[in-house]
Design a protein around this ligand. Sequence first.
Ligand SMILES: *Cc1c(COP(=O)(O)O)cnc(C)c1O
Length: 496
Amino acid sequence: MDYVSTRDKTHQVSSAYAIATGIAPDGGLYCPTEFPTLSKADWDALIEADYKGRAVLVLSKFLTDFTKEELQSYAAKAYAPERWGGENTAPVVSLRDGRHILELWHGPTCAFKDMALQMLPHLLTASLRKIGETRTACILVATSGDTGTAALNGFADVPGTKIMVYYPVHGVSPMQKLQMVTQEGKNVSVCAVDGNFDDAQSALKRIFTDTPTIDKLSAQGMLLSSANSINWGRLAPQIAYYISAYCDLAARGMVEFGNEINICVPTGNFGNILAAYIAKQMSLPVHKLICASNRNNVLTDFFRSGSYDKNRPFFTTASPSMDILISSNLERLLFYISGQNDEAVRGLMAQLAHGGKYTVSRELREQLDALFDAGSCDDAETAATIRALFEDEKYLCDTHTAVAVKAYDDYRARTGDHTPTVIASTASPFKFCKSVAEALGGKVEREDVSQLEVLHGLTGAEPPKPLASLAGKQPRFDRVVGKEDILATTSLLAEL
Ligand SMILES: *Cc1c(COP(=O)(O)O)cnc(C)c1O
């Protein structure tokens, strides 16, 4: 299978090259030129398989320069039961009203980013080998909180790699910060940025295409790469869990095999919901993809109006991993729905870079309308949703998941569509402990590990081990840089 840049289709590479380098030299994102479809025999095998087997089958369709044995050995390590609190990597919990919660946060850092970032180090180091690359891969990560923790955990002490994470100094939850600044490993570093996620992501995208920096690092034996969802190696493993959820629902008789579901995803950089779109293109029966946003509702406005406009106030919310105004992976969706029209994508992205906005054509808009619905809510509605779910169904969810539940409930009320719906649950409620406890009427006084006990006391739920074990760990990183100084911090890579 070939991969091309969204901004230049003549730039064609292998899956290993796309994963090793992360982003195309023209600033575009690598995309497969076709979507493999799942045959009847594939579906039969998927239904029988465990999560690892499902992941391997889906990945093998896209990563054609990897053998099945290679993918099996990576999946065995990435989804080992001891890292996921059991065999069921991505369990589905069915609630009332046809709502099925797909829990993606049972991994080592308690957010869905682990689903891909436990796999990516294996894919990336093998990709480097396959393309004959001997330089050390330096992974730069911009994070709204969860990618940073998951990438640090996945890459810590992985030979042949170094990793630097940039997080917004005022834009992450206390637990997220604690996880990042206490991360162990000789090859890791963490930097707070005096700015927001978009500032960090934009700075990194510029660094990835900045020839003087690339050359300087190369002379020191280093190669830049990305662990953000701009890297295809991040997206590919995410496709599998939507297919897995459908298999589970069909096996339990919750949907008849072949019938449609909706999928509702709390969205920031548009990676997770794009994976659901790709699953649909592979033959997963999906009626609507519902894109849920918090008060930073640039995507809701886009799906309603056809105009993307990032010129608006940026809000810090209780669902910080979605505090994003530039959703990078939307570029991949535009590429596909335009029939892989790289020229059109180049034009739209140039408008976004210069004026901060663009409007899609009527043809594209019709396609978006057929595929997607969208909704958003503010922090008060998020808190009310957490409370209602806990009171009515004894189900405890985090702030991001609550945004999706609210967007879905609004969608169903507005459209009367009762198709069974998979709602992606993207983080453990304990990771956003303070907001969740306060939504339930509790009070968190201290921003340290003791907040886990507050939520435990309110709900009886057990804090996940990886969070409880942060108690007593010493912070290792306290650097704060201005957003203009991110480029200069790449000189620190040589010291790791
Ligand atoms: C990253 C993240 C999101 C947003 O996912 P995208 O792929 O960026 O759209 C939602 N919820 C949580 C908890 C996250 O960590």
